[in-house]
Design a protein around this ligand. Structure first.
Ligand SMILES: Nc1ncnc2c1ncn2[C@@H]1O[C@H](COP(=O)(O)OP(=O)(O)OP(=O)(O)O)[C@@H](O)[C@H]1O
Length: 722
């Protein structure tokens, strides 16, 4: 969608990063104007789509105020805040989108296996030399047999034997080394892409479906992997290419008269056949995708079997499945036809070349211009060339697929926005744990290309001391000050519109309000999944954004409405409360007891070692909830957020858990979102959230006395009484 150009104004002391120069941004043209009088730059987009504008404006905001409170382009900063002037341009330069997969990175990863690379190249040369020598010795062998050459038969036979053995040994060395090298490259690449996805801002996960991201790491990277693993066989890839080149050279050496005609003919016929065969790839792909949709249909039907059954949808599902089976059958028949055609065409290519060779070469042999042995060698090279040319064409086709896959990965990840604060925290943590975690060390540290290198390092290192925030949160209030917020995917809908709220230290604040008022949004901001678009959240008066994100993560415990468990054991799920630490079994049991989960856990088949299934699906909602509470209890953070934490519990276990939570909440700053009046009325203060603001604040009785919105919520029982 083209929109009218709106200038963004940058402060004059800010040098514009290169990506904002016209030619550096794909699909966008920007006009840079320098207004000397006002000392500002205007960035005038001339033609672009709306999402790009947001992306750029966000990037500009990142440059000027990512960790500074205040409006988007407000460069005024307090003394303690890191200043944009402190950044040197090299650091700003690094905000440029970095392509995840590029030649530099591939070479860097490959060159980590230099010895294997050298072994692969040498064995490839040796393989090709052996393969190409065989027809020559076969010709000599034939000449000895018919008496045209007077060398002992055993000599030729043993030379042929050596060539066959050498070729086999070199093939093994080539394939093994190439395979190991590429597997290592792919592991590093896979880990880097996973990590790159992991450190994206939360809105990235709003934008892309899980399936799309999974495809990047599975099928797209699979295409990249197969470019080597599928092309190291004799008739593909480098080997095929070296054989084509070598054969053509040898043909000229053997017979300068025959080589141009025969070589060209063989090349052309084989090439045409290969190209035709390549065009039928779509038929093969179509068959594969119909198979995939059959798999989808089966998964969906069986995963939703209760829904299917409750609606009597069996017949409908059978019809959908039947349609796909028929499609699969048809594409299978079509595929078979093409396969047989392709098979014959390869033979046709060989026959045409051989026929030309027999008629041309035969006449030369008859005229005594060509040795019989050379003629035999030519026959051998006909086969070599035909298969090798087809191999090269196939490899080029695969290369095209691999480039497209790399392009897809880059297009998703290069334009995306890394959560710098998270990346910085992760980098620090990885450095700290390097010695302990061999998995990370092997995959990332050794194979790192620097995508992990925190962009904006200077800025990050000027963040406030790491341990500071936890101790501050233990003794100070947390304030939401004039917080405005729109979700990045819906920038025009302002969910919070200047919200002010103080979470008093060591007390409980209950957040109530109608559905969609923004209660969970406040939780997301407090968790720093998103940052306020305007205004700030402070601890002891200090903007949260100036603290290390990883420390803030340790400062806050969240128990959600629908807790998600990992498909590991109950014990491991609880221990996830402290993912980087060694957690003893006793600590896990203690947390489980406090969360009233111990009794049900020991009644499970394998107690704490029982697997909970995908997303905890083998447990009831209430059990999942209690494990999540145990996880939070173990974390023991000074700030606690309970987002409808007890909603899934029955009255009896809720009371028991509530007791545990009450003990836990003592002395901690707690924010509770609850629909149950019993939870809300005991809070030290209740904040009623509506229209993106806190419209009422006080204790239960104060708010009832006020007879406002809260009183009417209670009156109409929309706080969901027990
Ligand atoms: N990731 C998102 N992207 C865009 N909009 C969102 C996103 N998450 C929530 N919203 C929107 O933000 C608004 C506030 O949602 P929020 O979940 O904060 O409300 P709530 O008060 O917690 O509601 P409830 O009590 O029903 O849970 C809703 O209109 C919702 O559609």
């Amino acid at each position: 969608m083209a929109i009218a150009a709106t200038p963004f104004t940058l402060p004059c002391n800010l040098k514009l990063p290169k990506q904002f120069h016209t030619h550096r941004i794909p699909h966008i043209r920007l006009k840079l104007n320098h207004n000397r009088k006002n000392q500002t730059f205007s960035v005038l987009p001339t033609s672009f789509s709306l999402p790009k504008v947001e992306q750029i404006s966000r990037k500009l905001r990142n440059v000027t105020g990512a960790y500074v409170s205040g409006p988007a382009f407000d460069t005024s900063s307090s003394e303690n805040e890191p200043k944009i002037d402190d950044l040197d341009m090299v650091e700003i330069e690094e905000l440029r989108p970095i392509e995840v997969i590029n030649w530099g990175l591939l070479w860097k990863l490959i060159s980590r296996n230099k010895l294997r690379l050298v072994a692969s190249i040498l064995s490839l040369l040796c393989c090709t030399a052996s393969t190409l020598s065989m027809p020559i010795y076969s010709g000599r062998f034939f000449e000895v047999l018919i008496g045209a050459r007077t060398v002992p038969l055993w000599q030729v036979v043993s030379k042929l034997g050596i060539l066959y053995t050498l070729e086999a040994i070199c093939t093994i060395i080539f394939v093994i080394n190439m395979n190991i090298m590429w597997e290592k490259v792919m592991s590093s690449l896979r880990a880097q892409i996973f990590q790159r996805v992991l450190i994206q801002k939360v809105e990235f996960f709003d934008r892309y479906k899980v399936g799309e991201l999974t495809a990047l790491l599975t099928s797209d990277l699979g295409s990249l992997k197969s470019i080597v693993s599928e092309n190291i066989s004799r008739d593909r890839g480098f080997r095929a290419l070296s054989e084509v080149i070598g054969t053509m050279c040898l043909l000229f050496v053997l017979s300068i008269q025959l080589a141009p005609i025969l070589g060209l003919l063989m090349l052309t016929v084989s090439f045409l056949v290969a190209v035709y065969k390549r065009t039928t790839v779509n038929v093969f792909k179509a068959h594969g995708s119909v198979q995939a949709s059959i798999a989808d249909c089966v998964t969906e039907t069986f995963a939703a079997i209760r829904t299917v059954r409750s609606f009597g949808g069996e017949k409908r599902q059978m019809s959908i499945f039947g349609r796909q089976v028929l499609e699969y059958e048809n594409s299978g028949i079509k595929l078979g036809t093409f396969k047989s055609l392709n098979e014959s065409l390869t033979r046709v290519a060989v026959y045409v070349s051989l026929a030309a060779l027999y008629s041309l070469g035969g006449s030369k042999v008859k005229a005594g211009e060509l040795a019989v042995g050379t003629m035999v060698s030519f026959i051998g090279y006909t086969f070599t060339l035909t298969f090798a040319v087809q191999g090269v064409v196939n490899t080029f086709g695969d290369l095209r697929g691999a480039f497209a896959a790399a392009e897809r990965i880059n297009s998703v990840l290069s334009g995306a926005e890394i959560d710098d604060a998270l990346a910085y925290a992760l980098e620090k943590s990885l450095k700290r744990n390097k010695v302990h975690d061999k998995n990370i060390e092997a995959l990332l540290v050794n194979g790192s290309n620097g995508t992990m290198r925190t962009r904006n390092t200077g800025y990050m290192s000027s963040l406030k001391s790491a341990t500071h925030v936890r101790s501050l949160a233990q003794s100070c209030d947390i304030c939401l000050e004039d917080v405005h917020f729109s979700y990045p995917l819906r920038p025009d809908v302002e969910i919070l519109q200047g919200l002010d709220l103080t979470l008093k230290c060591g007390t409980v604040t209950a957040l109530v309000g109608p559905s969609g008022a923004g209660k969970s949004t406040i939780v997301q901001l407090l968790a720093r999944f998103y940052e306020p678009t305007r205004g700030c959240i402070t601890v002891a008066g200090e903007d949260l954004r100036t603290f290390d994100k990883s420390e803030w993560v340790r400062t806050v415990s969240i128990v959600n409405q629908e807790p998600v468990l990992f498909s590991v054991s109950v014990g491991e799920n609880i221990a996830y409360g402290l993912p980087d630490e060694y957690v003893s079994r006793d600590d896990v049991i203690k947390a489980a007891k406090a969360a009233n989960a111990h009794d049900f856990i020991i009644s499970l088949p394998q107690g704490y070692d029982t697997l909970v299934g995908e997303r905890g699906g083998l447990l009831s909602g209430g059990q999942r909830q209690r494990i999540a509470i145990a996880r939070a209890l173990l974390k023991n953070a000074p700030v606690l957020i309970l987002d409808e934490a007890t909603s899934a519990l029955d009255t009896v276990s809720e009371r028991l858990v509530q007791d545990a939570l009450n003990r836990l909440m003592k002395g901690r700053t707690t924010l509770v979102i609850a629909h149950r009046l019993s939870t809300v009325q005991n809070a030290n203060q209740i904040a009623l959230c509506s229209d993106g603001k806190v419209s009422e604040l006080g204790t239960h009785f104060e708010l009832l006395e006020k007879n406002g919105q809260y009183a009417s919520l209670v009156g109409t029982q929309r706080l969901a009484f027990e």
